[in-house]
Design a protein around this ligand. Structure first.
Ligand code: IMP
Ligand code: MG
Length: 180
């Protein structure tokens, strides 16, 4: 059972929905009158993205990128690789990168440098979760759902070795699951 591998629920389905609604309201306000391109970083952010997007009243498009920096472990290898690039041209577009979690910052710092090189009109980040204690690369994040302590979390799209993404809440994974 997936449930029995969870040590503690950090954010219930209801708490997530309430925070996503607040983030949506902020984004609606900040981009009023603009067209927005949401860039979801696969795979972890797909559920957050789907929920956030439905809170937006703006004219928006969606695109996806995939990067890999984790080799089924819980610690970043530091090396980032783009495994799926954007389908749309972002020159002159207002781009909002939607991420599941900001940990060391390696993935986002690489991605932001890459996207900036493609000359968007603006480039911002919305991350559902942030683990500030683990930051190695400084990142400017305009929208953050929750700051969390240094623990490995799963659910609501976040995985460990591709499992647990379907849990409707976010919880701390029992350390014995990944130290086995
Ligand atoms: P960073 O490059 O170290 O900032 O790592 C970012 C990526 O690592 C995220 O997009 C996640 O896919 C993954 N990640 C980091 N921490 C966790 C966690 O606690 N649970 C699940 N995935 C995580
Ligand atoms: Mg992941």
């Amino acid at each position: 059972m997936l449930e029995s591998d969870i040590q503690e629920v950090l954010f219930s389905r209801e708490a997530l929905a309430a925070r996503v609604c607040e983030l949506g309201a902020e984004i609606n306000r900040d981009y009023a009158g603009e067209r927005l391109l949401l860039v979801s970083v696969l795979r972890g952010s797909f559920i957050f993205m789907a929920d956030l997007m439905r809170e937006l009243k703006l004219d928006c498009n969606v695109d996806f990128m995939a990067v890999s920096s984790y080799k089924n472990g819980t610690v970043s290898t530091g090396a980032v690789q783009i495994t799926k690039d954007l389908s749309e041209d972002i020159v002159g577009r207002h781009v909002l990168v939607v991420e599941d979690i900001l940990d060391s910052g390696n993935t986002l710092s690489y991605l932001l440098r890459y996207l900036r090189g493609r000359k968007p009109a603006s480039l911002r980040v919305c991350a559902l979760l942030d683990k500030p204690d683990r930051r190695i690369k400084p990142i400017d994040v305009q929208y953050t759902g929750f700051s969390i302590p240094d623990a490995f979390v799963v659910g609501y799209g976040l995985d460990y070795a591709e499992r647990y993404r379907n849990l409707p809440y976010i919880g701390i994974l029992k350390p014995e699951v990944y130290s086995k």
